[in-house]
Design a protein around this ligand. Structure first.
Ligand SMILES: Cc1cc2nc3c(=O)[nH]c(=O)nc-3n(C[C@H](O)[C@H](O)[C@H](O)COP(=O)(O)OP(=O)(O)OC[C@H]3O[C@@H](n4cnc5c(N)ncnc54)[C@H](O)[C@@H]3O)c2cc1C
Length: 446
């Protein structure tokens, strides 16, 4: 079938209430198989509904460990799980591999490009948009080709290839200036992802790559963490940020705050009027909501997230929800953070709410986010944890971080494999995934 054809699935040829009346069961369409989408689907496991989970990727990614794929500690498959496996565990669920390109609230249909089939339309009774965020370059999308962000497994592989290639080019060249440029790594954005990446690259240069080259000493690399704000880790308490800055200093990372990036090109970056020659610039400075939110035509915040009500519904249509990073909501005057726990809680909440509505029960209490605490890891043996009552850092916190992350991985086999890799890496300092894959896809916003 030609790609331009629009095909409507048999149940959606009649739209609205009439279509719904013709269906044996009400249909919930979930867009996005990330933390929020999967949690919503699971919460509907026992509901008498037909669930269609649409994602443009065939896998769910455990994003908190993406930085370890980018720095060769783990292989991509170790932090991902096929979405299709959900079908085996849940009879009322179908997974569709497709890229959503349109949402029509008046006909209550979702339009998506399905590989090999072209454009398909699906009707919904209840819609959950859980499409997350993408890197944002603050209006400078031209930076993207020189400074990949970290959001997908492709991005992680692109970054890993760039880092490992830089050492190969540094080893090969006889030009000292070029060698220094290849051995300079600039990370833009000192939130948790920037910090975790910087520390992991530092550890790699000091331990993993030691004595692996004849002409260069990887330990002499420069790793620079840049941020336009006044300090690193603004989402954590300042005392913890100070401890992390100290730790980064020990690992040899240069932290430069208060510097706005003005330019990124193939030679490096210009920040605060100063040019830093670097062959590897990585971006973790900003995020914007997925473009799918715009398709709802609803009110958004500055980052493009849908402004949702207390039940995570948008104002323009009933039973249309936005959950996870793509939604924006205030709680006690503070925004609900864009973290995995919040996405899981929101997805679960919407799933349960839909189940209640199908049984014609009252909605119950509105959504309330319950934080279990935030963590970040800074290389080997050091992590920080902040909860409502506790601020801690160091080796024991790192053990807790490792245990929690292994347990949170999506499949038993991931847990087993990650644990084994970490144990080996801890004992030997080696990283098992040091592959330079050919022709990395250019990264950038979609
Ligand atoms: C590098 C990194 C590190 C992080 N570390 C932590 C951490 O340590 N702790 C923590 O709590 N949080 C962390 N986060 C944040 C956390 O991962 C997010 O808050 C969480 O993933 C949000 O879940 P979500 O379901 O809203 O979106 P996502 O998990 O991003 O899922 C969105 C899904 O929507 C799909 N999608 C998007 N557009 C379309 C489309 N047009 N058609 C079909 N499908 C589409 C995507 O393929 C994806 O599967 C991290 C994030 C990143 C990027």
């Amino acid at each position: 079938m030609p790609m331009t054809n629009v095909v409507t699935d048999n149940l959606s040829q009649v739209s609205g209430a009439h279509a719904s009346a013709q269906r044996a069961k009400r249909r919930v369409v979930i867009i996005g198989g990330g933390f929020a989408g999967v949690a919503a689907a699971r919460a509907l496991k026992r509901a008498d509904v037909e669930i269609v989970l649409i994602d443009r990727r065939n896998h769910h990614i455990f994003q908190p460990l993406l930085y370890q794929v980018a720095t060769a500690v783990l292989a991509p498959a170790e932090i991902a799980a096929p979405l299709r496996q959900l079908e085996a565990k849940q009879k009322n669920l179908s997974v569709v591999l497709a890229d959503v390109t349109g949402i029509n609230l008046s006909t209550r249909t979702v339009e998506a490009i399905q590989p090999g089939l072209g454009i398909r339309k699906r009707a919904f009774d209840h819609l959950i948009v859980a499409t997350g965020m993408r890197p944002s370059y603050f209006g400078h999308d031209e930076f993207a080709q020189h400074a990949p962000g970290l959001k997908s497994l492709n991005d992680a592989e692109t970054i890993r290839t760039r880092i490992l290639s830089a050492f190969e080019l540094a080893e090969a060249t006889e030009d000292e200036v070029e060698r220094a440029r290849q051995m300079t790594f600039v990370l833009v954005g000192a939130g948790p992802t920037g910090v975790e990446l910087a520390a992991s690259i530092a550890q790699m240069t000091a331990v993993t790559l030691r004595r692996n080259f004849r002409n260069i000493d990887p330990a002499k690399s420069r790793i620079i963490l840049l941020d336009g704000g006044t300090r690193i880790l603004p989402s954590f308490d300042e005392t913890l940020a100070v401890r992390v800055a100290r730790r980064l200093g020990k690992l040899g990372v240069e932290v430069k705050t208060g510097l706005k990036v003005e330019k990124v090109d193939e030679q490096g970056v210009v920040a605060g009027g100063e040019r830093i020659a670097s062959a590897t610039v990585l971006w973790s400075a900003g995020v914007a909501a997925s473009p799918v939110v715009k398709m709802l035509g609803t009110k958004t915040d500055r980052a493009g997230r849908a402004l949702v009500g207390p039940y995570l519904e948008i104002g323009e249509a009933s039973d249309v929800f936005v959950a996870g990073d793509a939604s924006s909501m205030l709680q006690d005057g503070h925004p609900v953070p864009g973290v995995a726990q919040a996405a899981i809680q929101q997805g679960r909440f919407v799933g349960r709410l839909i189940a209640r509505r199908i049984q014609e029960r009252a909605d119950g209490y509105p959504f309330r986010y319950r934080s279990k605490g935030n963590m970040a890891v800074v290389g080997k043996n050091f992590a920080i944890l902040e909860t409502n009552h506790l601020r801690t850092s160091g080796f024991l916190t790192w053990i807790v971080w490792a245990l929690l992350h292994v347990l949170a991985l999506p499949q038993l086999q991931n847990r087993f494999r990650v644990q084994t890799q970490w144990f080996w890496s801890y004992l030997t300092g080696q990283r098992s995934s040091r592959l330079i894959t050919e022709a990395p896809r250019p990264a950038g916003p979609r």
